[in-house]
Design a protein. Sequence first.
Length: 549
Amino acid sequence: MTQAHAQRADPLPDTKTPLLRWEGLSVPLPTGADRPFAVEGLSLELNRNEVLCLVGESGSGKSVTALATMGLLKGEMSRTAGAIHFGGQDLTSLTPDARRTLTGAQLSMVFQEPIASLNPFYTAGAQVSETIRTHSAASKAEVYDKVLSLFDEVRLPNPAQIYRAYPHELSGGQCQRVMIASALALDPAVLIADEPTTALDVTTQAQILNLMLALRDNHETGILFITHDFGVVSEIADRVAVMRHGELVEVGLREQILTDPQHEYTKALLAAVPKLAPRAARPVTGDPVLEVGGLSKTYRSGGFLSRSRREVKAVTDANLDIRRGETLGVVGESGSGKTTLSQCIIRMVEPSEGQVQIAGQDFLALHGADLRAARRRVQIIFQDPYTSLDPRQKIGDAIAEGPVIHGTSVGEATQLSHDLLAAVGLDPSAAERYPHEFSGGQRQRICIARALALQPDLLIADESVSALDVSVQAQILKLLSDIQEERGFAMLFVTHDLRVASQVCDRICVMQQGRIVETGAPDQLFANAQQDYTRTLLAAVPGATRVFG
């Protein structure tokens, strides 16, 4: 046990007593919701030295259960029924101050988006230090030493440098490790991790999962791990609890749930999990739509008066092509250059050098009106559909906006928006609604409809399904495949999930440190990878060898 974790006061001396017990927990939804409860009648236990995975689709009540446990619900939803037992006390019966003191010291939570959870105005070290100072009388020097010890334990490189770094100077995986260090600062008996690896690349995800298992084994921590990824479940869970529409439908040991599920909902979730089983290469004979040659992007900091100049080569000498009707995947870790490459192609970021031909047109030579006219040939779908849509704009207007800008009459554009909503599986009457009135999967369908409104030759999907539930993810992937077959556009599919890439891509480019190091059909690439880096990515896929093949 490290110095940083030497002072835990065990809340439950009896090792057979569950650390945390939910007893008939119900959380009401606000008036006017489509059902009365976000969580209804939940009875469940979390034991010490255990990872309990809570799984289910969006809206199943997973995160609400976590927030209720931490006392973070507001408004009508804070009026919970039932009990949450911890350390011989019902957390729901405590005063706000008493609950805040107990949860701060003994129960901690790691949220899904570390960048959103960290304050951009304070260094990583200052933010973890605040947790310790709030709940202890440690001196400034003791706090500093403890933070460095925590950073070392969560395997952050150069803890002293990380201490002084601001969130924007760290990678997504490093930010998540800072959040875990903050959650561990007071050596909690219970750690709640709400989708902590969803947006991370496979190698960083594997590292975070190994870290969680080490915390369980070394500190007898009870971990409630919320996820929609059964690959993650297969790697980390001791037990699994499945929720649907606020109700607990099945609980069991990991192997039982993964290999012999009893509830139809659990079976449906497992059936929707993308498998690392690449499809065979299919012949693609269409004309080239995208041709990229020698594309590079270098970021430079410092100027004439600066004492130092720094260069970061985000993309170096990228060469690729995509034919009509073909899907080319781009995979790699965070920072490998995947998104920068796609943004240089569409000129959201201006490349430093190279050539980009789209439908035979020199895209980098265009400017002003010519560039705006040519951009209708290429459209992009972003990772987060909610932030991609204007919350003040009806979705019908959002879809019609592009065609109207490019000369289509309002009446024709409105009809087109209705047709596209039907094409992506939504009722055309939804055109009169706003983004907040839709689920995450529905919003992504709307973003797909908006991207298709200009009938592009090239569609770029940048992590467009990474944050979606497995069942919704499967629906969106099938939708993209069906529409591509119908309309014949080329697609550049950027993802960190090799399972997804293996299902939808005709060819895959592997990027490492800004370079494309290997390209091939999925079946050939996965069976006979030439680069050690590719083999490392494949080995890090959660559940690849344990359950899903």
